[in-house]
Write a protein that binds this ligand. Sequence first.
Ligand code: KG4
Ligand code: ZN
Length: 338
Amino acid sequence: NETIYILAIESSCDDTSAAILSNKKVLSNVTATQKIHEEYGGVVPELASRAHQQNIVPVVHQALDKANIDKKLVSAIAFTRGPGLMGSLLVGTSFAKSLSLGLNIPLIEVNHMQAHILAHFIEGQPDGAPEFPFLGMTISGGHTQIVLVKDYFDMEILGETLDDAVGEAYDKSAKILGLPYPGGPLVDKYAQEGNPKAFLFPKPKVDGLNFSFSGLKTSILYFVQRETAKNPDFVQENLKDICASIQKTIINILMDKLKKAVEQTGITQIAIGGGVSANSGIRNALKMAEKNRGWKTFVPKFEYCTDNAAMIGIVGHLKYQQNKFAKQDVSAKPRYVL
Ligand code: KG4
Ligand code: ZN
């Protein structure tokens, strides 16, 4: 069996990333994170595409250098076609198409949300790879979905957010608390030192396996406004407890829906993906469910949770094996459904 070398490119939001995979093994995974958005408290699409334009050539060169392979060895180029920001996607898409033409090798288009789930098939993941069928939960800054994964390319969305994504809920709560963007990791950090029972935030009532997070953000805003009116230092004095209480509420919302999905499907293998899978609360809750509920849970390595090209590369590998190639006229697709 020949070795398949995939050069993968991810540029759907604010991270420019390139990776080289040798079969299912990651040889390099280089990401340039855009710092510019911090100043604005969120991703500014126009600035993101400009930064991708500047970063993409050096990032691809670094990925090739680190993998220490000649670009003549590359079997195919995989790139994120969507979903994501149009301007950002266009940079990666155009670059990948040009490179495929220049090197005269096949092109593979990848759905970013599929990639967050299929990242579990990268060699060397701590929990190994799940077996079909399993439940995927993608929790990121742009998406919150529970997915029934029947096969690599046969997935069905069982539920998703009706408004904000869970990462967005973290980031917006953090902003209310005066924390810099992206605030999710900071809320997580303070939460680990606080009392989760200090404050109570309401859980939304949403049917089925769908989610809603916009109400939580509003209740946190009103709560902070009300308490700050009484004591201007309320947030500083209670930051860890507030964060722990927010974290508990969010993790309960996610776990309630997962339990429901397990009941509905009878499937007890759960694989999570996306930036919020880095969260200590969800990681602990899943470990508890392994013990108490007999689930088998899969959490990716940290570097494959947030946006990265290695996960695009594994999808590239799997599609290469199935001869699923894209044509040169393929275009970016900001609203690419799973
Ligand atoms: O997957 P990702 O890198 O980009 C998107 O596709 O959105 O996810 C980024 C999101 C951000 O909202 C960030 O705050 C959140 O993931 N995040 C976390 C943690 N690490 C990243 N949220 C909570 N706890 C964390 N430890
Ligand atoms: Zn993502």
